[in-house]
Design a protein around this ligand. Structure first.
Ligand code: AOS
Ligand code: ZN
Ligand code: ZN
Ligand code: ZN
Length: 406
């Protein structure tokens, strides 16, 4: 059935001047890291609902991540959060991942769940607490070495709730000091990604509140420091794809945390609220991938794509499958942009034609393309249905309730 659909699709795309072989190659190379915490129980400040079958330990989180990869072919790495994923033997964790065809991706230090960090971690006015936070950052580098990860992914909850509560400039210096210590500890093939968010849990000021602050830190630190864009971490109306383009051009875009937002840092399934934004982010990335400057092209090719979501009411594994498929879909659509057409329209200053060239790709139905790619990759054409039919959910039900949560 889909052979016929694909033949028609192929004809349509040829007519639009799209090289489908190249599109397929790019789709097969897409990698999206899933977060270990996305498989555990999570909730809001009102309630954490416990679900049946949630992993009880980091090993079982990796098992679930492996299941997502098996069915989608998209997720060969899983990010870990320390101490949520603290184990006695990290070699063993690495081996457990490898045995299932996975690797450990970004190592995320946790500097927000310790009582000591009530008034800040690396920005705390008590030197011993700042030191404790720095030690944790350094510990994460050691863990990264053992698990074979080359990425330290940083998000700081540090901030204040009221004007006058803290000295913002002093804390800015402290945060740079801590990051510099971490930077020094990185091995040559490691990089650190600096995430920003404008509020929550702090409600007056957050020490790294926006991309400009993260960029400033990354610039001061050096090449191995880059900015991480969490799609949910912006004020309503922010043009996220513009930030993406700017950071790409500065060779400072290192990674993404994908998720959807409606109001704040909602951490909903990526691509469910504003799929066009996700598409436009990929448009900027693919455009930078054709830049005349090889360093910009390299930056675009080395972006770490990661999911960062909390599945509070959704069954975890299907929610993750939905997420990565949504990313794949918007990426596929962006690959169907005829960039020559866009450029020519830009040169003519033809506003409507330029906008049309971009939007037209978004309006393509990529179902036949994704079916063909999945077939060629040897994964189910419908990964979600394949999961529902797999019996995996029934199998993990024996884990019971009360698994890992944050
Ligand atoms: C928090 O809002 C950030 O998105 C971080 O990336 C955080 O570390 C992650 O969501 C796990 O809690
Ligand atoms: Zn994030
Ligand atoms: Zn967030
Ligand atoms: Zn988020």
């Amino acid at each position: 059935m889909h052979d016929k659909a694909y033949a028609l699709f192929e004809q349509q795309q040829q007519d639009r001047g799209i090289d489908l072989e190249q599109v397929k190659q790019k789709l097969k190379a897409l990698k999206i890291e899933t977060p270990s915490w996305g498989y555990g129980d999570s909730g809001t400040r009102f309630k954490v609902f416990q679900q049946v079958g949630v992993p009880r330990n980091p090993f079982e989180k990796i098992d679930d991540a492996a299941q997502v990869h098996r069915l989608t072919g998209l997720c060969p790495a899983v990010a870990i959060h320390i101490p949520w994923d603290k184990v006695d033997d990290y070699e063993k964790l690495k081996a457990h991942a490898q045995a299932q065809g996975l690797s450990i991706g970004a190592v995320n230090p946790n500097l927000f769940q310790d009582d000591d960090y009530m008034f800040g971690s690396v920005t705390n006015s008590i030197p011993q607490i700042r030191q404790k936070a720095i030690n944790h950052l350094l510990e994460c580098v050691e863990i990264a070495k053992v698990v074979g990860s080359n990425t330290i992914s940083l998000w700081f909850a540090d901030g204040s709730n009221y004007p006058g509560q803290v000295n913002i400039r002093t804390r800015k210096r402290w945060i740079l000091e801590a990051l510099a210590e971490l930077y020094q500890a990185l091995t040559p093939d490691m990089r650190m990604l600096i995430e920003y968010k404008f509020f929550e849990p702090a409600f007056y000021h957050t020490d790294l509140a926006d991309w400009g602050m993260a960029y400033d830190m990354a610039l001061k630190l050096g090449e191995k420091a880059q900015v991480l864009v969490d799609t949910g971490h912006h004020a309503p109306g922010t043009n996220v794809e513009h930030i993406v383009a700017y950071l790409l051009d500065e060779k400072k875009l290192g990674g993404f945390h994908f998720n959807s937002r409606k109001y704040a840092d909602d951490d909903l399934i990526v691509g469910t609220i504003n799929p066009y934004e996700l598409f436009l982010i990929f448009y900027q990335i693919l455009d930078a991938g054709q830049d005349a400057d090889p360093a910009v092209r390299k930056t675009a090719e080395n972006i770490a794509y990661m999911i960062d979501q909390s599945h509070n009411i959704e069954p975890k594994i299907p929610a993750m499958i939905r997420s990565v498929l949504n990313v794949q879909t918007q990426y596929a659509k962006a690959l169907l942009i005829n960039f020559d057409e866009v450029r020519q329209a830009q040169e003519r200053q033809d506003v409507l034609a330029a906008e049309h060239a971009v939007r037209q790709a978004f309006e393509q139905d990529v179902t036949p393309l994704l079916a063909a790619v999945r077939e060629e990759m040897g994964v189910p054409v419908d990964p979600m249905q394949a999961y529902l039919d797999s019996g995996y959910a029934e199998k993990i039900a024996s884990r019971g309730k009360g698994g890992a949560s944050w």
